[in-house]
Design a protein. Structure first.
Length: 372
């Protein structure tokens, strides 16, 4: 049986992330979007907490929160601003992957990521259409002392400047999931930045086309890495991103509900009308359901990291992203015409949630249609 009561670590990490989200990220959201980058002082504040750079203490970091605490951190940072939150979380994803699966030589490189706030890294794992590790089209060919990586990734954070850029795909001989350490500047790596995207400009996302050869030592974990466990870690990254969508939805509904108590129509607050309050109440129920489903999928992975969790994770991620898109849309509609102008942040949250839904959704499960 799953214990749905947050433990002490989850509560403390969630509270810290919520505080930083509201006091640091939220005031900087518009500047980050306008500049296409996280303001330096904001980045340093988030970096110093260690929430978005999960590196063990023995490798220079501040320690690694448990997976459920990481979900709480993602949700509560996004409660402040999803763009800045995901820039930080996606930057730390490479460190998380290397920390859990890297060779001794690769682990030694974590010191730089843990101590240099100017370093940028990313895991290139999105391929669109809700593809999970079992469906990756990116090819990894182990050819003696070299590895060739061929494929295309979308929604890659810091696509133009990542070092390392961890590209994941499938071994064309064994079918196992592989991860390869590259950099954005490597020969055979072509970056297509996406300025003016719908949202999440702070993460400097872009698409990356890869046809590169590197030494076999670039394989995360080496040639004998456990592909099933690597796939489970990648699934947890997807769940963290989905948790950010849940946090965005929660904040949008809270804002819309507060607005409804002050907006007067026909001589009374619009919160007194069922047509206004019912959609928001239903949104809160869906948000809680999505949150619990993400927890359940994470617990299943922790219980058996070598098992195939593709369907459970796809369902949890798809539902959370569709809830994020629908709840933020309901929040925009609560504000009426005011919901579409930049005087209120709900339009930014709606764009962010819709972008996430389009980035990692399976049309067969309906999440993509829910974002339209």
């Amino acid at each position: 049986m799953i214990n749905l009561e947050p433990d002490e670590e989850q509560t403390e990490v969630g509270a810290l992330a919520r505080s930083i989200g509201e006091k640091v990220l939220y005031p900087a959201a518009r500047d980050a979007e306008r500049e296409g980058a996280v303001p330096k002082d904001v980045w340093h504040t988030v970096f110093e907490t260690g929430l978005a750079m999960p590196v063990p203490e023995e490798h220079g970091g501040g320690g690694v929160p448990g997976p459920l605490a990481q979900l709480a951190a993602a949700e509560n940072l996004a409660h402040g601003d999803p763009g800045i939150a995901l820039a930080a979380l996606w930057n730390g994803a490479a460190a998380m992957l290397i920390a859990e699966h890297g060779t001794p030589e690769q682990l030694a490189g974590l010191v730089r990521l843990a101590t240099d706030p100017e370093a940028r890294s990313a895991v290139a794992y999105h391929e669109g259409f809700g593809r999970g590790p079992g469906e990756y089209a990116t090819e990894v060919h182990v050819e003696g002392d070299t590895v060739r990586v061929v494929g295309r990734k979308v929604g890659v954070a810091f696509a133009a400047v990542s070092d390392p850029l961890v590209v994941v795909g499938r071994d064309q001989v064994t079918g196992d999931v592989r991860a390869v350490l590259l950099t954005s500047a490597d020969e055979g790596v072509t970056v297509d930045p996406s300025p003016g995207a719908l949202a999440l400009e702070a993460a400097q996302v872009g698409s990356v086309t890869i046809d590169a050869r590197v030494p076999v030592s670039a394989l995360v974990g080496g040639p004998g890495a456990d592909g099933a466990r690597l796939a489970s870690t990648l699934q947890r990254l997807r769940l963290q991103t989905a948790a950010a969508a849940v946090g965005t939805a929660q904040r949008a509904v809270e804002y819309a509900a507060s607005y409804a108590t002050t907006r007067i129509a026909f001589g009374t607050p619009i919160a007194s009308f069922q047509g206004v309050t019912f959609p928001l109440a239903e949104a809160l129920m869906r948000i809680e359901a999505a949150r619990l489903e993400l927890v359940a999928a994470t617990v299943a992975i922790l219980d058996d990291p070598s098992a195939d969790h593709e369907d459970a994770v796809a369902q949890a991620v798809g539902y959370a992203l569709s809830v994020g898109a629908q709840s933020t849309r309901d929040s925009v509609q609560t504000l009426g015409g005011h919901g579409f102008i930049r005087d209120h942040p709900v339009e930014l949250w709606y764009r962010s949630a819709a972008t996430l839904s389009a980035l990692d959704s399976d049309p067969a499960r309906g999440a993509f249609q829910a974002a339209l």
